[in-house]
Design a protein around this ligand. Sequence first.
Ligand SMILES: NC(=O)c1ccc[n+]([C@@H]2O[C@H](COP(=O)([O-])OP(=O)(O)OC[C@H]3O[C@@H](n4cnc5c(N)ncnc54)[C@H](OP(=O)(O)O)[C@@H]3O)[C@@H](O)[C@H]2O)c1
Length: 307
Amino acid sequence: MKAIRYTAFGGTEVIELADVEKPAITNPTDVLVRVKATAVNPLDMKIRSGMAQRIYPVQPPFIPGLEAAGIVEAVGDAVTQVKVGDAVMASAMGGTYAEYALFKEAAVSPKPERINFLEAASLVVSLGTAWSILVKVGEMKAGQRLLIQGAGGAVGGILVQMAKALGVYVIGTASGKGIDALKALGADEVIDYKSQDFAQLVSDVDLVADLVGGDVQARSFGCLKNGGRLVSITMPPSQELAQQHGVSASFVSSDLSRQGLQFGLDLLAKGKLKPIIAHTFKLEEAAQAQAMVSAGGVNGKVVLEVG
Ligand SMILES: NC(=O)c1ccc[n+]([C@@H]2O[C@H](COP(=O)([O-])OP(=O)(O)OC[C@H]3O[C@@H](n4cnc5c(N)ncnc54)[C@H](OP(=O)(O)O)[C@@H]3O)[C@@H](O)[C@H]2O)c1
C-alpha cells in the first residue's frame, strides 16, 4: 500500500511516499480501515522532529497520523460494534497517513451520513479534545464564562462551537482572519492576541482552556475567578501559580474514544456544530500540508485526501 513515512527524525525533508506492507489484524479488538482521509495535527510535527520522544516515543521508520475516516476492511474476532463495509472515523497513535490503518475498536465511531470522509477525518481529534476540556474535565455549565487561548486553530474552532451549544459565554484569542472566523462561530468576545493584551481585558472566567502554552498559559491564571480552573492541552500547568491564584489547574490528555466523540457527534446531528476544513491536500502532498500547519495562520483543519 501507499503510505507517508520517515526513516529518521527531522524537518519536512524526511517525509517520503513509500510502498509498504498493508497492516494486518493481530489483536482480537483490531479494526483495519481502508483510509479515505486523514488530517494533520501539530503533534505529527512534534513527533517527526523527535522533540516528542519523551512523551510519545516512536521508532522510525514511522507512518504518521492520529486520525482518519474510511471504510472498515477487516475486524478482529472480538469486535462487535463495527463490521466490514461500515463507514467510520477513528484515532490511533500513528499510522493514518496511509491507504490502510489499524485502530482499536474503542477508538472507532460510525461516520455520520451528513458529513463526508474529509470532514469526518477533520473532526476526530478536535471533537474528543473539545469534549475533554469543556465537559469531562472543565465541567462547564450554561451561563459560565470561558477564555480560550488559541481559539483560532483547529481545536479552537470546534471548542468555540461546543461551548456556545452548551450556553457558555466564550472569549477567544486569535489573530488575522481568525478574528472574524471566531465571531462567525458565535464567540461573544474576540481578542487579537497580536495587538491586544488579554490579561488587561479578561477577568473572572470560570475556565481557561489553554491551547497555546508557555507565557500565555502562565499569564492566564490572572483571568480566572477565585475557585476557577485552568486546563491545558499543551503543557502541564504550574501548581504553584494555581495555588497563588486560588484556582485548580491540570493537563488534559484528550479522550479520543467513541465515548469521547459522542457528545460532539450529537451536536453535529442537531446541526449545532460543523467541521471546519482550512485546506485539503493529496496524501502525497503531506510535507506541504505539515508545513502549512507549522507556518500558522490556518483557521481550521488541514486534511489529506487518501483514496
Ligand atoms: N493534549 C492533547 O490531547 C492535545 C490534543 C489536541 C491538540 N493538542 C495541542 O494543542 C495545540 C493546539 O492544537 P490545534 O490542532 O488547534 O493547533 P493549530 O490548528 O495549529 O492552532 C493553534 C492556534 O494557536 C494560535 N496561537 C498561537 N500563538 C498564540 C497566542 N500567543 N495567543 C493566542 N493564540 C495563539 C494560532 O493562531 P495564529 O495561527 O493566528 O497565530 C492557531 O490558531 C497544539 O499544541 C496541539 O499539539 C493537544
